[in-house]
Design a protein around this ligand. Sequence first.
Ligand code: ARG
Length: 570
Amino acid sequence: MMMQELEGVMSQALNTVGVDLPEGFQVQVESAADLRFGDYQSNAAMVLAKRLRTNPRELAAKLIEVMELGDLAVADIAGPGFINFRVTHSAWSKRMSALLGDDRLGVAWVSPAQTIVVDFSAPNVAKPMHVGHIRSTIIGDSLSRIARFLGHEVITDNHIGDWGTQFGMIIHGWKTVLNESDLEADPVAELLRVYRTVNALCGEDDAVRETCKQELVKLQGGDAENLQIWEKCVDLSKQGLQGIYDRLDVGFDYWYGESFYNDRLAPLVDEMLESGVARESEGAVCVFFDGDAKLDDKPSIVRKADGGFLYATTDLATIDFRVQQWHADQIWYVVGAPQQLHFQQIFEATRKRGQNPSMHHIAFGSILGEDRKLMKTRSGDNVQLVDVLDEAVERADRVIGEKNPDMDPVQRAEVASIVGIGSVKFAELSQHRMTDYVFSWDRMLALQGDTAPYLQYSYVRVRSIFRKLDGQMNIDPSALSIEADAEVHLARMLVRFGETVPILLDDFRPNLLANYLLELAKAFHSFFEACPVLKSDGDTQNTRLALCELTSQVLEKGLGLLGIEVPERM
Ligand code: ARG
């Protein structure tokens, strides 16, 4: 809010000195790059002076003279014409009082709110869930939480691959190599084994490959036995996935997988042929993007010459459904970078069909092993998400055991799960999504470092202050007086929450929030060292407790937006 208030004051000052604002000009105030010179800064005088051909320092001086800052801040000129603002102690105190009564912790509601469909996770049934699905799940969940908190209407949809060519192999395997009791014990693992076995056989034997193809054709033709096997596989896989999502605390409003759209594909292609959006080419039906710089020579096939439909066809039908049924204003696809072309094509084809929701491919890079190559298991397979979660929790348990060996075992298991899973999520979300990051257990679980455990521990440390007080102190929001430098810095960081959350969706960067929380925790620890809380009294103690209270609220809320929980003890 402080930023907006200062922008308001600046606009008014421009008005007072009679500057004609150019079309579309917006006064901007930002967090100061160098805190020695102030808390906020604006380059408006420089931008305007250039356009109006006057001297920037003179314009800045004039503005400062007429600015009605009250006791909000003190302004001065720096360098070629920057205006720096130093927020006053009393303004910080007032701001902290306001935050204490604000359950949004300074984050304004967006306007206008939009209906946003978030398409993420979307693994393929009975095929191994790969690292890309891990990233998609964690990033997609966090973006959904952020968008919801800002006030958007968010619909999360798990577009699972439940109708791919893999079913030819799985059905053949089901009929020939399935182990019933293993299926009962661990369905996902057994389906995966069946898939891998048949996949390997296909590589060696053309006859097997042919049989699988036949099984697929039968399935697509509605063969009762194959349909039954398919349905069973999908159900079992969904149950397995649900177990993982529960551990991750990730939820979906819908699971409309690819098969949900089967009946809509043929009519859609017919309609596109009729309207001229698509045309026949060598027996197939394609959408051509003539004259499009990126896609000119890259048509999208929507029906093969043998009559089969493709991934793109399903995605077009899916967009259609989301626009018609859910009135989606925006659709976000959290899918790895290798699918970039696919999304460019379906977005463009959708526009050709005359629909224009705002569609975004939110891409991400790879996860690398410590050898900096794509992360694999020792046997060279894709790493399984369940194994990652198990190991994270196990390792977190060890870390907690070292720190707090007397913790009650039930509580310890609970904390280990919160810390372990939080670590995996934070390692993901603290990187820019396009970065290929190295997966390092030791680094992500370190109590000192840019990690979830560090933030969770910071939270526990704040809460322990209140436990020591045992409810004997009520914070009086009207009696705050921020004075010490460490108090000012913590207040500044607390205000920054409301300035950070609204920009996270600009380029889909939860990492800005992750990094902000690390800064906040650092500010808290410096404050805690410099400013005794329990040993102070009167207004000083009241003020410090208020800062502690707000710190714990922002840490909890901020981590919550990343999908990370906080323990009460650690
Ligand atoms: N199942 C796909 C895959 O594993 C991801 C689906 C993404 N969503 C979509 N609407 N195409 O690669």
